[in-house]
Write a protein that binds this ligand. Structure first.
Ligand code: NAP
Length: 247
């Protein structure tokens, strides 16, 4: 039986690339998503056409009941989750902090922080070796914004990813004795739809700040995620891989 990876936000972008790469490396993959049904089903089809195992579950990570159903469905159909990739995320309101709308900030934190914690909780309950689990890995998808701060654009988003970094450090220490490794990747400027939430041309505007002078691809981030999820990184916990071209 293949080990099971659950990737949240896997209908598009970095999550979809992670699901596709993980399936090629032999994982059975549960694909969580919120709204892009056709895209999520296309990811599953691609994996199955190549002989892999995958299934799709729709749900909002900000909704606790959806998260529990996500884990229940994947566990029932594929088996216990061996790796959780906490990838689902959004950027929230764009612009200066003086224009902040509190309701949008609350929604952002619900998705990016509360959702990641709720998924981690379900993973821990399944994986913990002191309660019959076989251990596992959690890979959190943070952002270089957690370090850079997102001034003028997405400080609230950056702060939500700062929370993910603290969560990664804390959970890695709390869960090491339970056989669960917790790590994070911090992508930089990656070519996905997420930039559509900013005024047009964001990638071009920021490129001069990238030492490697190019945008990254979702596949390049997926490589780091799948490595952290796998036994190949067996002595790594509480670690961060920056996938940002030097930015
Ligand atoms: P993306 O292309 O916009 O994809 C976002 C994915 O998250 C989609 O599959 C979306 O599902 C899902 N999602 C969003 N809100 C959700 C919710 N409430 N519940 C469940 N699923 C939800 O974004 P991306 O660039 O691949 O980003 C993936 C992760 O990487 C995010 O955590 C993001 O913050 C992080 N990141 C991205 C970059 C970058 O430059 N792209 C840089 C740093 C960090 P639907 O499509 O079905 O709605």
């Amino acid at each position: 039986m293949a080990d099971v990876m659950l990737v949240t936000g896997a209908s598009r972008g970095i999550g979809a690339a992670t699901a596709l790469l993980a399936a090629r490396r032999g994982w059975a993959v549960g694909i969580g998503y919120r709204s892009a049904t056709a895209e999520a089903e296309a990811v599953v089809r691609t994996i199955r056409d190549a002989g892999g195992t995958a299934m799709v579950v729709r749900g909002d990570v900000a909704d606790e009941a959806d998260v529990m159903r996500l884990f229940d469905t994947v566990t029932t159909e594929l088996g216990p989750v061996r790796s959780l990739v906490n990838n689902a995320g959004s950027v929230g309101q764009y612009g200066p902090a003086a224009d902040l709308r509190v309701d949008e900030l609350r929604r952002l934190l619900d998705v990016n922080v509360v959702g990641a914690f709720a998924c981690a909780r379900e993973a821990i309950r399944q994986m913990r070796t002191d309660a019959g689990g076989t251990g596992g890995t959690i890979v959190n998808v943070s952002s270089r914004a957690a370090v850079l701060g997102g001034p003028g654009e997405w400080v609230t988003y950056a702060a939500s990813k700062g929370a993910i970094d603290a969560m990664t450090v804390g959970l890695s220490k709390e869960l090491a004795p339970l056989g669960i490794r917790v790590n994070a990747v911090r992508p930089g400027l990656i070519d996905t739809d997420i930039h559509d939430a900013a005024p047009p041309g964001r990638i071009g505007r920021l490129l001069p700040n990238v030492p490697m002078a190019r945008v990254g691809t979702a596949d390049e981030v997926a490589e780091a995620i799948v490595w952290l999820a796998s036994e190949a990184s067996s002595y790594v916990t509480g670690g961060f891989i920056d996938v940002g071209g030097g930015r």
